[in-house]
Design a protein around this ligand. Structure first.
Ligand code: AMP
Length: 423
């Protein structure tokens, strides 16, 4: 199906072809006509499916014929869970709006940076505001923006919004919106809380489902490599050298591990930086910009980077620590093979995390051979490894176990907490 059959205006068709998009993705083909008709949409789509343009194109078309925004008011509100996603979505909307007959104003507002410039920018009003919930509420409290003219609400990554504890802010924001509006609701997963929110928010929505299974990511080669927890950094260095990986996103379980693994890589002359929620916004932006511009080879990140980030030409994702859940696994590996490219996702599996990995595999309907790399064959067995935080159920760690564990922690960065730690 070509873009021309979706009912988009000439200006937007120009923008789409300037972007090099040849045909709509499945979520775009389904969401664009429904949104143009003014329907509410409930989209189950994973990141990388093209969902930003799926909601941005029709709402830009509505704005083409909408009256000019008034001071301190916004016509479209896009709520996103993270600062990075805010910038990414805002920039994509701006690009798609480039050829519209009147210049549109798209404001991006998020926390972690000074509020004053954002207040100044909103003074004249805005067509679109892309926001994280907390900062948006602050701006409303400062009378910098009223949400009383919002005609369209987009909730992007609704599951993540709730995961990150935004439920209360969301509920407060919803009371500030006019009751009559169009709602576009996107989420990669639909746990009970997300379903309840969707039900309370949407009016006879058009349901769109792009199945979130790893089989629907055909261009990602998934690998599992068995390695002792204490040798993961060495193995990572080996793989980077052997495969000449240009750009690698490495996921770890904790901020501490992100710092230490990045540090170890730098000491081995591999230019790496950590990326986690405790870094300043300036630092996070800098790391991403350096990574995207290939000034950085490796980013070692917590799950803060797992959702929504769009890094073109990211050939490799490594699960140094396994993710907590099958859904997180999907989000992490979805950072590679974006927009029709191919990619590799490697998971390091050690004796104490193998059972957890098998569970992820089962939930993702996967069956990966557990590879061994010459020189890195694991020697530890599950019985020998006492995971931190109490050891294997039913087995108290012996003195020898504790000594082994201490040696392992000293030898490597991240304690082998596997999936349990918070980011
Ligand atoms: P998203 O799911 O919105 O994060 O989009 C993922 C990536 O797909 C982004 O790099 C988009 O620029 C790209 N993209 C979106 N729509 C299309 C399309 N119709 N054809 C090719 N690439 C697209």
């Amino acid at each position: 199906m070509p873009f021309t059959s979706l009912g988009l205006s000439p200006a937007l068709l120009r923008a789409v072809s300037a972007h090099g998009y040849l045909a709509p993705t499945p979520v775009q083909a389904a969401a664009i006509p429904a949104t143009l008709q003014g329907r509410d949409v409930l989209g189950c789509a994973q990141t990388g499916s093209g969902k930003t343009a799926a909601f941005a194109l029709p709402l830009l078309q509505h704005l083409e014929s909408a009256p000019q925004h008034s001071p301190r008011r916004a016509l479209v509100l896009v709520l996103v869970p993270t600062r990075e996603l805010c910038t990414q979505v805002g920039e994509e909307i701006r690009k798609l709006a480039l050829h519209l007959p009147r210049p549109l104003k798209v404001a991006m507002v998020f926390g972690g940076v000074s509020i004053n410039p954002q207040m100044m920018r909103l003074r004249g009003g805005t067509d679109v505001v892309v926001a994280t919930p907390g900062r948006l509420l602050d701006l409303v409290a400062h009378n910098a923006l009223s949400l009383g003219s919002v005609a369209t609400l987009v909730l992007d990554e609704a599951d993540r919004l709730l995961d990150l504890g935004f439920a209360e802010e969301l509920a407060r924001l919803l009371t500030l919106l006019p009751p009559k509006r169009q709602n576009l609701f996107f989420s990669a997963t639909f746990p009970a809380a997300v379903q309840a929110l969707a039900q309370s928010l949407l009016h006879e929505p058009v349901r769109i489902e792009v199945l979130p299974t790893s089989q629907s990511l055909p261009d990602i080669t998934q690998r599992a490599i068995a390695v002792d927890a204490g040798r993961r950094t060495q193995l990572l260095r080996h793989l980077i050298g052997q495969h000449q990986w240009r750009r690698v996103l490495v996921f770890v379980a904790t901020k501490h591990a992100a710092e230490i693994v990045a540090d170890k890589l730098r000491k081995a002359r591999i230019y790496a930086e950590p990326f986690h929620g405790e870094l300043s916004q300036g630092k996070r932006t800098q790391v991403l910009a350096d990574f995207k511009a290939s000034r950085l080879k490796v980013v070692v990140a917590t799950d803060v980077a797992a959702r929504g980030l769009d890094i073109a030409q990211l050939p490799v994702v490594v699960n140094y620590d396994l993710p907590r859940s099958a859904v997180d696994y999907l989000h992490r590996i979805g950072r590679t093979a974006r927009a029709g490219e191919s990619g590799v996702a490697v998971s390091f599996v050690s004796a104490d995390t193998e059972a957890h990995f098998r569970l992820i595999e089962k939930r993702q309907h996967l069956s990966l051979p557990l590879e061994q790399i010459e020189g890195f064959e694991p020697v530890q067995t599950a019985a020998e490894v006492a995971p931190s935080g109490g050891g294997i159920k039913g087995k108290r760690p012996s003195k020898k176990d504790k000594l082994r564990q201490a040696a392992r922690l000293g030898a490597d960065a991240a304690p082998a907490t596997g999936a349990a730690s918070k980011t």
